[in-house]
Design a binder for this molecule. Structure first.
Ligand code: BG6
Length: 462
């Protein structure tokens, strides 16, 4: 009996990204991106010293992997194109080997009845463009628009589900505030410029899609972190409003409403960090809003009013405006330190329903990273990841509830299909429905959660 039944049109699948799963980072004519370069420079910063060359080898094994996706009941699969594989220097000649690789992947998915959902940018700036300043440089915005046009020309006949970028706030916070991505800058003003240019690039990507006249739809994937105040005290509520403005509305509003929230512009102006803009930008953003929204959800953001004055000598940080708050009794994934709060997925879907015109959306990532899963392997060789099943169930119940209440949520993608290389964490935490055994040349085995989800997909619920 299914207690939580999803509509027949509701789709299930998984999400992944090029740098995290392809491997072959220096083969097939690929140019370097910031991850290849940074790993060469500082391998010690990556868990176990492992770099993107050793990502799960989808480049060589995509046929086997897609066959397994079919066996596991996938309706759709979201992956990204590697900009530096397609255009090695980011803005010059197109690499035909890459065109042919992505064509094969798309064909293989379609032949197996799986809808390819293609994202253009997932944290992987081509090195040659980073050397020119990356998203800080306006020329890179135009290089992105050109890259998008090339992708639509090459693959638009077969791909109808597109995204400009995944989680554009992450390169901003990780690369320009918190020292977790290259170029390891800590500078709020530069972070604002990067955020603004990546949003502008997304709008130009949408414009290029519309101009191509191709069928289908284009969207943006945002990691929404609902901001909860510690209490109803006005100072805590204000802290939550500011963190929501900075981390959610800075992308949600321009992408869907076509303009930045006035209160955000006022706040950034007051701080003296407004970005450089050009005539015509506002119109470009207004005219090129997205068709649909991908929502990644892992954790909420809890905040409280500031309790201590920030050190006036320290560089300005978002945390100068509010303090993070650890709610007593919160449930935490100890491997990642992230709070698990299932109802957050419902809250953000209802927010999109009520404040963003109930735009078509889907859960484009949700998942649980766990270290040392080999210890759960049973005698039949299957990893018994019951915690992941509980995690998915807990979130799907709330997605179901949001659906009942009229949210326009059309599907659910888990992060991720198979264990993959996760940036600085490399292979530390495993997220896959399929285990990748690094000791055995990357051998794949479906975990218990993979078979469980297959059943959910077949039954349209659980
Ligand atoms: C998501 C990203 O935010 O988090 C993925 O889109 C990433 O690229 C995932 O792999 C998990 O991150 P981590 O750092 O826990 O491995």
């Amino acid at each position: 009996m299914t207690t939580y039944r999803f509509p027949n049109s509701f789709f299930f699948g998984t999400a992944a990204s090029a740098t995290q799963m392809e491997g072959a980072a220096s083969r097939g004519g690929k140019g370097k991106n910031i991850w290849d370069y940074w790993h060469e420079q500082e391998p010690g910063r990556f868990h176990g010293g492992i770099g993107p060359e050793e990502a799960s080898h989808f480049y060589d094994r995509y046929q086997e992997d897609i066959k397994l996706m079919k066996e596991m009941g996938h309706h759709s699969f979201r992956f990204s194109i590697s900009w530096s594989r397609l255009i090695p220097d980011g803005d010059g000649a197109v690499n035909q080997e890459a065109v042919s690789f992505y064509e094969h992947v798309i064909d293989e998915l379609l032949a197996n009845g799986i809808v390819p959902m293609v994202n253009l940018y997932h944290f992987d700036m081509p090195l040659a463009l980073q050397q020119k300043g990356g998203w800080e440089n306006r020329d890179v915005v135009d290089a992105f628009a050109r890259y998008a046009r090339i992708c639509f020309d090459c693959f638009g006949e077969k791909v109808t589900h597109w995204f400009t970028q995944n989680e554009p706030i992450v390169p901003v916070e990780a690369g320009y505030l918190y020292n977790m991505h290259y170029p390891n800058v800590v500078d709020f003003k530069r972070a604002v410029q990067v955020a603004y240019h990546s949003m502008l690039a997304s709008a130009k990507g949408v414009a290029a899609f519309r101009a191509s006249g191709q069928k289908g739809k284009i969207g943006l994937i945002l990691n929404l972190t609902p901001s909860y105040p510690r209490s109803n005290h006005p100072a805590d509520v204000e802290a939550a409003r500011i963190s929501d403005l900075l981390f959610n509305r800075s992308f949600l509003d321009p992408a869907i409403k076509g303009h930045y929230p006035f209160s955000l512009v006022r706040l950034i102006a007051k701080l003296g960090f407004l970005p450089e803009v050009e005539d015509g930008d506002a119109e470009l953003i207004r005219m090129n809003t997205i068709d649909w929204l991908g929502v990644n959800y892992y954790q909420p953001r809890r905040v409280k009013a500031k309790e201590h004055l920030p050190n006036p000598e320290a560089p300005f940080m978002p945390e100068h405006l509010f303090d993070p708050y650890e709610m007593p009794g919160r449930k935490v994934n100890p491997h990642r330190g992230w709070e698990i709060y299932e109802k957050g997925i419902y809250d953000l879907l209802i927010n999109v329903r009520d404040h963003y015109g109930n735009i078509e959306c889907f859960i484009s990532e949700n998942g649980m990273g766990v270290e040392g899963e080999e210890r759960f392997r049973n005698d039949q060789g299957v990893i018994e990841d019951d915690y992941r099943i509980e995690f998915i169930k807990g979130h799907l119940k709330w997605v179901h509830q949001a659906l009942q209440e009229g949210a326009n949520v059309q599907g659910y993608h888990l992060w991720t299909f198979m264990d993959n290389w996760s940036w600085l964490n490399a292979y530390k935490n495993r997220y896959g429905l399929v285990a990748v055994d690094l000791e055995k040349g990357g051998h794949r085995t479906v975990k218990k959660s993979g078979w469980w989800l297959k059943n959910v997909i077949e039954q349209k619920g659980f």
